[in-house]
Design a protein around this ligand. Structure first.
Ligand code: 0O2
Ligand code: 0O2
Length: 222
C-alpha cells in the first residue's frame, strides 16, 4: 500500500476517534445520571497529524506497508480521571465492552517510565463501518489521572523544545515534579472516600435545586 492519499487513509481513523469520544463520554454521563462518582473526568481524542506520523515512521523504521499494524496511536484517545483507582475501574469497563477488542496493555502506572511518565495504555482493535464495508483499525487509549496528565503535558511540550535532549538540571527538575505528581495522587487517594461523599452531596444539592426550580420554569415556559 502506498499512502499517496493521506486524507483517504486517515478517514477511518477520523471516524473511529469521533465514535470513541462519544462512547467514552457516554460512560461518564451514565455515572452522573446514577449520581455516582464518575471514574472519567474528561475525554479527549485526536488523529495523529500527518507530519507526526511521518516523523515517527522514520524514527521507528516503519514502512508504509506496516503502518496500519505498527503505528498503534494514529487514532488516540485520552481518558482523564481524578483518582488512580479510577484508572483500574475504567480498564475493567473497557475489558467488558463488546464493541472493541483489547490487543495490548502497557501499564506505566505500576511501571513508571525512566522519564517519570505514568499512564495506562490500552491498544484496541476497533471496527469502523465504511460504505465499502467494515474496516478494523488500531487505536490507543491512554488512561491517566489529571495529575499524571499535567506532568505529561508539560514534559511533552518541553520535549518539543529540547527534542528529548534535556539539560541535566531540567531532567532532575522533571523527575522531582514527577515525584510530586505521584505524591499528589497518593494523598488524593487517601482522602478519596471523603472527597467522593462531598461530591455526591454537592451533585445531589444541584439536583435538588433543579427540582425546586422546575415548576417555576415550567410556568414560565411557552
Ligand atoms: P495540541 O496543542 O497539539 O495538543 P470536542 O470533541 O470538539 O469537544 P476537540 O476539539 O476535538 O474536542 O478536541 P479534544 O478531543 O478535546 O482534544 C484534542 C486535544 O487533545 C489535542 O490537542 C491533543 O493534543 C490532545 N490529545 C487527545 N488525545 C490524545 C492522544 O491520545 N494522544 C495525544 N498525543 N494527544 C491527545 P490539540 O488541540 O490538537 O492541540
Ligand atoms: P505523541 O502523539 O506526540 O504523544 P515509545 O517507544 O515510548 O515512544 P510505544 O512503545 O509506541 O512508545 O508506546 P507507548 O510508550 O505505550 O506510548 C507512546 C505514547 O505515550 C507517546 O506517543 C506519548 O503520547 C506517551 N508517552 C510515552 N512516554 C512518554 C514520556 O516520557 N513523556 C510523555 N510526555 N509522553 C509519553 P508519541 O508517539 O510520543 O506521540
Amino acid at each position: 500500500m502506498m499512502v499517496e492519499n493521506w486524507k483517504k487513509f486517515l478517514m477511518p481513523y477520523e471516524q473511529a476517534v469521533s465514535e470513541l469520544k462519544i462512547k467514552l463520554r457516554g460512560m461518564r454521563k451514565q455515572y452522573q445520571q446514577n449520581n455516582e462518582h464518575a471514574p472519567i473526568e474528561f475525554v479527549t481524542g485526536r488523529v495523529k497529524p500527518i507530519d507526526s506520523i511521518k516523523e515517527k515512521m522514520q524514527r521507528r523504521y516503519i514502512t508504509e506497508e506496516l503502518l496500519e499494524q505498527d503505528m498503534q496511536d494514529i487514532a488516540g484517545l485520552r481518558i482523564m480521571c481524578q483518582f488512580v483507582e479510577d484508572i483500574h475501574e475504567i480498564v475493567g469497563l473497557l475489558h467488558q465492552r463488546t464493541d472493541m477488542t483489547i490487543i495490548e496493555e502497557r501499564d506505566y502506572v505500576s511501571n513508571v517510565k525512566p522519564s517519570g511518565y505514568r499512564s495506562y495504555h490500552i491498544v484496541i482493535e476497533y471496527p469502523v463501518q465504511l460504505i465499502s464495508g467494515e474496516k478494523k483499525i488500531l487505536a490507543e487509549i491512554q488512561i491517566r489521572t489529571m495529575s499524571m496528565n499535567f506532568w505529561a503535558t508539560i514534559e511533552h511540550s518541553l520535549n518539543y523544545k529540547y527534542q528529548g535532549e534535556f539539560p541535566d538540571s531540567l531532567k532532575a527538575r522533571l523527575k522531582r515534579a514527577a515525584e510530586a505528581s505521584f505524591m499528589l495522587d497518593k494523598e488524593m487517594s487517601e482522602i478519596r472516600e471523603e472527597i467522593q461523599e462531598a461530591q455526591q452531596l454537592f451533585s445531589y444539592g444541584k439536583w435538588q435545586k433543579t427540582l425546586d426550580e422546575t415548576p417555576k420554569n415550567d410556568l414560565k415556559g411557552d
